[in-house]
Design a protein around this ligand. Structure first.
Ligand SMILES: Nc1ncnc2c1ncn2[C@@H]1O[C@H](COP(=O)(O)OP(=O)(O)O)[C@@H](O)[C@H]1O
Ligand SMILES: [Mg+2]
Length: 357
């Protein structure tokens, strides 16, 4: 439930990373023999850092998120999602711009870090491999200053939340990757901070556990009054659970809105999904009714190709699209037509104006 009170407010946020390239000038790496480690270490000290091109990761990002919202940060790889969420987490300082997270100015990252839980699925975020799942979660609570009894109780609840309770006595080293990912998530559930930040939380999970994580994001966290920002490079899984989403590209915020508002940009278009076998790429450019073509070769010996075509919503468009694909000499195995989804907005990044031009 949203309360229309901004809990996160960002204004003109930019981030530039200084570029540094390690130069191997004057070094000769030893690649074998017993002295490898020591000699490489000695030589590594001589590595010189040469200034490279600075990387502009974010530019002019202004955004306001209400308390209780489930907010999606979507965009392709390298669009600046992680940089932005780390700024909100108090883990990175913006190069410019101002903002506030849960009542704390971005200039006080240490205070912000006490009001947010941040989960990244890239890297193992300091799990202790020799300790059990439960110990990892409980010790994290103690580390954050929780009283022993509360840490124990919350650790148990958090492990139930991520359906790891029956595996709680297993060492992290014995768990599967998906389970480890859920231990990290359990750690974030423990603290009940006003803001929870999840960077690609469902990557690599099987469908059952992905749905379970999505239920946590949609139900459990908002029920506890927590505001959630969830980052994903795809929108397929998130479409049904987001109150609003922002689309980032090249460090710029392209659009912000409810999933319905964002998909409305594709009004007047349909998506045709095809699977074909054999053949070549069609020799000619697609007809004008076809606005966008995405073509993926499926692995395997069958020579299957998957197509996603965005076409104008007109009775003759499907036939025109099919004729074009078939002109490459392939056989159609499967055809499906559907209304556009949020993932299509991301994949196509077609603006309404372009689409109706
Ligand atoms: N520590 C860093 N140093 C230099 N460049 C970085 C650093 N972190 C991210 N970048 C660059 O900033 C851009 C945005 O990265 P990131 O925020 O990780 O994108 P996303 O999470 O959307 O994939 C990319 O070009 C990336 O290479
Ligand atoms: Mg990222």
């Amino acid at each position: 439930m949203t309360s229309q009170v901004p809990i996160i407010r960002l204004s003109g946020i930019g981030k530039t990373f200084p570029g540094a390239e390690l130069s191997l000038r004057g070094t000769k790496l030893v690649t074998q023999g017993p002295a490898l480690w020591m000699r490489n270490l000695a030589r590594a000290v001589r590595l010189t850092a040469a200034p490279g091109e600075p990387v502009r990761a974010l530019e002019g990002v202004s955004l306001s998120i209400d308390a209780g919202e489930v907010f999606g940060l979507l965009g392709p790889n390298g669009s600046g999602k992680t940089t932005l969420i780390k700024i909100v987490a108090g883990l990175l300082r913006p190069s410019e711009g101002t903002g506030e997270v849960a009542g704390v100015d971005l200039q006080s990252p240490q205070a912000i870090r006490r009001r947010v839980s941040y989960v990244s699925t890239t890297g193992w975020m300091g799990l202790e491999w020799a300790l059990t799942a439960e110990e990892n979660v409980r010790f994290f609570g103690l580390l954050c200053g929780m009283p022993t009894a509360l840490a124990r109780q919350r650790a148990e609840e958090a492990l139930r939340d991520v359906e790891l309770f029956e595996h709680r006595r297993k060492a992290v080293s014995e768990l599967s990757n998906g389970m480890r990912q859920r231990v990290i998530l359990a750690r974030a559930l423990l603290l009940r901070t006003p803001v929870v930040l999840l960077d690609e939380p469902t990557v690599g999970l099987d469908p059952e556990h992905r749905d379970q994580v999505l239920r946590l994001v949609r139900q459990t966290l908002p029920d506890r009054g927590q505001t959630v920002i969830v980052v994903d490079h795809q929108a397929d899984a998130l479409e049904g659970i987001l109150d609003r989403a922002a689309i980032l590209e090249g460090g710029h915020l392209l659009r912000v809105g409810t999933p319905m508002e964002l998909v409305a940009d594709l009004a007047g278009l349909r998506v045709v999904e095809l699977i074909t076998q054999g053949g070549q790429e069609p020799p000619k450019v697609p007809p004008s009714l076809v606005r966008r073509v995405e073509r993926t070769q499926r692995p395997g010996p069958l020579g299957l190709t998957q197509w996603r075509l965005t076409v104008v919503e007109r009775p003759d468009a499907l036939q025109a699209a099919l004729n074009w694909v078939l002109s490459g000499g392939s056989d159609v195995i499967q055809v499906a037509e559907r209304a556009p989804r949020l993932a299509d907005v991301l994949a196509g990044r077609i603006s309404g104006r372009e689409a109706s031009a």
